[in-house]
Write a protein that binds this ligand. Sequence first.
Ligand SMILES: CC(=O)N[C@H]1[C@@H](OP(=O)(O)OP(=O)(O)OC[C@H]2O[C@@H](n3ccc(=O)[nH]c3=O)[C@H](O)[C@@H]2O)O[C@H](CO)[C@@H](O)[C@@H]1O
Ligand SMILES: C=C(OP(=O)(O)O)C(=O)O
Length: 424
Amino acid sequence: MDNLVIEGGLPLSGTIRIHGAKNAALPILAASLLAEGKVTIRNVPRLLDIEVMLDILRDLGCKARHQDTVVTVETAVATSSHIPEMLMRKMRSSVFLMGPLLARFGEVQLYQPGGCAIGERKIDLHLRGLAALGANIEERGSRIVCSARRLKGAEISLDFPSVGATENIMMAAVLAQGRTTIIGAAREPEIQDLQHFLNRMGAQVGGAGTDMLTIDGVESLYGCDFEVIPDRIVTGTVMVAAAATRGEVTLENTQPGHLTSLIHVLRRAGVQIEVGSDIMKVGAFKRPLAVDRIVTSPYPAFPTDLQAQVMTLLSLADGVSVIKETIFEGRFKHVDELCRMGADIRVDLNNAFIRGVPQLYGTTVEATDLRAGAALVIAGLAAQGRTVVEHVHHIDRGYDRIEEMFRQIGGNITREVNKSKVFS
Ligand SMILES: CC(=O)N[C@H]1[C@@H](OP(=O)(O)OP(=O)(O)OC[C@H]2O[C@@H](n3ccc(=O)[nH]c3=O)[C@H](O)[C@@H]2O)O[C@H](CO)[C@@H](O)[C@@H]1O
Ligand SMILES: C=C(OP(=O)(O)O)C(=O)O
């Protein structure tokens, strides 16, 4: 497994263009299965999870190509609705194929999905939603078989605004008979992007961005050309890194409106942020201020996917900050690693109490999951001395060559490629 080697202490500076959103591209790629024609998707980042999704689509018989940031998928030639267990276990987002395959083939066989170990991450809301649309669901150990001759629209109320369940139900319902209403839907920008994509293929979906979606089923969908939104979590990661290194960075291809909660937190920490329509400038010239309480919650509140990165910044703040994590029960794994770099953080259940220290110090740390890894990279960029971040494959799930991204804005960061991988 590769390592990242970071010589810290340099303020980040310059201009960077943000890549497309993983969390928008993955369900959109899954939804391409619903089209009868060729789908072209632009601004698709080169990430491990995207490659796994394309491998699954190919395994199902589709033709899929990823050139630069453009993916083309031909799904009319798909022959199978059975996702192999080995591919299913490589990431959480394999579960997005459940709704589209069920809608397209009337049957899907899959397994419990894999992914980062940040919590239990059940899929009960996905399955209940599909059952409400008329699917027959059999769970045999980790194997799941869903079938339905044709799904029927229904009123579905979600107990929690699950992003994935909202997306799976939307994708299944677009070819169902009649109207589906999802009450208590997730409101994330990626759900709006999925709605735009589905409608571009001829679906009739409305309400994304609110907590109630309506989907009027249609007989068939056609191919289209679509561009994915910029990645708000990558944007946020770079903003926090600029602040933690006391640098000044301009971010292009962003949607500042998707990051209102982060902008608010960073401003409370004393970070200067100028906002344009699709551009932001972030500058920090002194030690950050502590932020008394941040609570991760569904959009538009503070995103769990930026919790670890912001914790790194606050570990350098003047005073005590508190972060409460309410989405995933296992999302404080970066704490021990940050403490190994000199941070002073105590965890009590789902609260982290962060007493800021003036300086972090480089050492060898392990990326235990995607965003924990990003937080450690930021810590390494801000720290005095050399940091080695191990298990970079977690970071590669969500950042397109993170070392190149930070090098563009002055970070001293290189990848040590594991020799056994090169010769295998
Ligand atoms: C590819 C993608 O878009 N991933 C994002 C998506 O993940 P994902 O779609 O998995 O997140 P959810 O919103 O579904 O999960 C949130 C919470 O609900 C629970 N839950 C979810 C579904 C279910 O059937 N039963 C259940 O109990 C989960 O265990 C978790 O505690 O939203 C998360 C929350 O913003 C983000 O951190 C992930 O980056
Ligand atoms: C948890 C994340 O992703 P996933 O749902 O794909 O595991 C993330 O992007 O931080």
